[in-house]
Design a protein around this ligand. Structure first.
Ligand SMILES: Cc1cc2nc3c(=O)[nH]c(=O)nc-3n(C[C@H](O)[C@H](O)[C@H](O)COP(=O)(O)OP(=O)(O)OC[C@H]3O[C@@H](n4cnc5c(N)ncnc54)[C@H](O)[C@@H]3O)c2cc1C
Length: 468
């Protein structure tokens, strides 16, 4: 869709327009990059003091070393076609680093490692008995049927298959063991809630986006990706970035738009030819005045789960080779995954040192949203000691720092029927409107889906603006 020649870009330069992009997460930065490549001037408004949103990385100094900690996303996949194409177009593929392809699942205190690349690993694993392995054929069949309908920028194509929860589907088509030791841990790890609370289609989205391809990460932390995108020559020239700038209203203004934003209590207004609104759904509902009542209701009702997770910097890496050990609800009610972030590749922690994050289910995080860091760290340490005692002892012996990260709106958890709602919503949007929406709520929460929605919004505006 985006493979356009230099000549086309130059031709568009003669008729460039002014476009505002609200939100500098990966959806907004991808939109801004594509609009700049099409020759338009871009103003990027970001509420925080840094870019990247849920795809950002911070440097934290411990007592003995410095760590690069991904605030939200940390893992990327070669299934992420739009992201890889964008990195190619931006000249950033040399920053992609390969990393471990193993995901482990805990059962009865034993860690079972599975390859994300080779599905044959499911046949050999000791995680599942032979009955479950036979039933897994149904999983592959249903995944193929759903996968045919999925597109990264809009997953509403699977709406007619959205008839039940992941829990009910697993009990109907698979069996209890596959539910408890595969479907439930995958749902909890991705959505932070159990399989009852998400659509079966949501569970298939994760498998479609995760399995069958190698993993990669971005040099220096995934947050460098949007930062580096903004630093490419095409962006440096012709892009205005406003940090600490909170958009409060996006309204029609003649054939264009008017965007009001504020910084430190001072309000400013920008007039532009078009706008991409790339913020989480409830914020879009609040600031875009052109939405219909039904569209606003849809955006307000999108469910995000909360995340309060703890990252430990360790002066020695634990021996585990997997990217993470998922903890099924049968093994522990709160802890859903221990992520071995140093296995993402060099740069997160100094050579030989470790970086481990403990991620919890939504109910645990919600209960701790307002508690102090020390209490949260102690609770996290207590929980890991109950199921992964060796890791807990290793943390006690080698702890250099502990950092708490909090997200009120972390990831989408779309319940059964949610893809049908999404289909009604996307069908109601005007692709020729000068205000286009972008964000992971058109798909499921992944950096790549968010990026693809940003590109889709930019492509729609490029077409509309060419006709103005
Ligand atoms: C803990 C966690 C782990 C994750 N792990 C992974 C992973 O390993 N791999 C993966 O692919 N995905 C992962 N994800 C999901 C992924 O991070 C998100 O789906 C994706 O980054 C969302 O991008 P976005 O641009 O749609 O939204 P955001 O990143 O939320 O960007 C929205 C931006 O808009 C800004 N904003 C909000 N309101 C305003 C306003 N009024 N005015 C101006 N700016 C505003 C915000 O500050 C933010 O920068 C994870 C998410 C979390 C929270």
């Amino acid at each position: 869709m985006w493979h356009r020649s230099q000549e086309e870009c130059v031709a568009d330069n003669r008729q460039h327009k002014n476009v505002v992009v609200v939100g500098s997460g990966i959806a907004g930065t991808a939109a801004a990059f594509r609009l700049r490549r099409a020759g338009h001037h871009v103003t990027l408004l970001e509420r925080e003091g840094h870019v990247g949103g849920r795809m950002s990385t911070r440097e934290v100094v411990g007592e003995r070393a410095t760590y690069r900690i991904d605030r939200g996303a940390s893992w990327l996949s070669h299934n992420y076609g739009p992201m890889i194409a964008l990195l190619q177009d931006a000249g950033l593929t040399s920053r992609m680093l390969s990393c471990s392809d193993e995901l482990a699942i805990l059962r009865d205190g034993r860690v079972h490692r599975l390859s994300l690349v080779r599905s044959s690993g499911l046949l050999r694993t000791g995680l599942l008995g032979w009955r479950a392995k036979l039933k897994a054929v149904n999983l592959l069949r249903d995944l193929t049927a759903v996968g045919r309908r999925l597109r990264w920028e809009d997953m509403s194509g699977a709406a007619d298959l959205d008839t039940e929860s992941a829990h009910d589907h697993a009990l109907r088509r698979l069996n209890r063991e596959l539910l408890d030791y595969l479907v439930e841990p995958l749902c909890s790890t991705q959505f932070l809630v159990p399989a009852e609370e998400v659509a079966a289609v949501s569970a298939f989205c994760i498998m479609w986006g995760t399995f069958g391809a190698a993993s990669f990460t971005f040099d220096g932390g995934v947050g460098r990706l949007p930062e580096d995108l903004l630093a490419t020559p095409v962006m440096r020239d012709g892009t205005r970035l406003e940090l600490d700038a909170e958009a409060t209203a996006v309204e029609p203004d003649g054939a264009g738009v008017r965007v009001t934003w504020r910084r430190a209590g001072r309000e400013e207004t920008l007039r532009a030819d078009a706008c991409v609104v790339a913020v989480p759904a409830p914020v879009a509902a609040r600031i875009v005045t052109t939405l219909t009542a039904a569209q606003r209701r849809h955006l307000e009702a999108v469910r995000y789960t909360s995340d309060v997770h703890v990252t430990f910097g360790l002066d020695r890496a634990p021996a585990e080779t997997a990217l993470g050990v998922a903890v099924p609800r049968r093994e522990h009610p709160d802890l859903c995954v221990a992520l071995y972030e140093h296995n993402l590749g060099p740069g997160r922690a100094p050579a030989g040192a470790g970086l481990v994050s403990l991620v919890f289910r939504h109910h645990w995080s919600t209960a701790r949203a307002d508690r102090g860091d020390e209490e949260v760290i102690a609770d996290a340490r207590g929980a890991v000691g109950e199921v992964l005692p060796e890791l807990a002892a290793h943390i006690d012996r080698h702890r250099d720092l502990a950092v708490v990260q909090r997200w009120q709106n972390a990831v989408l958890a779309r319940p059964a029927g949610g893809f049908r709602d999404l289909a009604r919503f996307t069908a109601s949007l005007d692709p020729a409107s000068p205000v286009q929406l972008a964000g992971d709520y058109f798909a499921y929460s992944t950096t790549n889906a968010a990026l693809a929605t940003g590109e889709q919004a930019a492509e729609r505006l490029r077409t509309t603006l060419a006709g103005v």
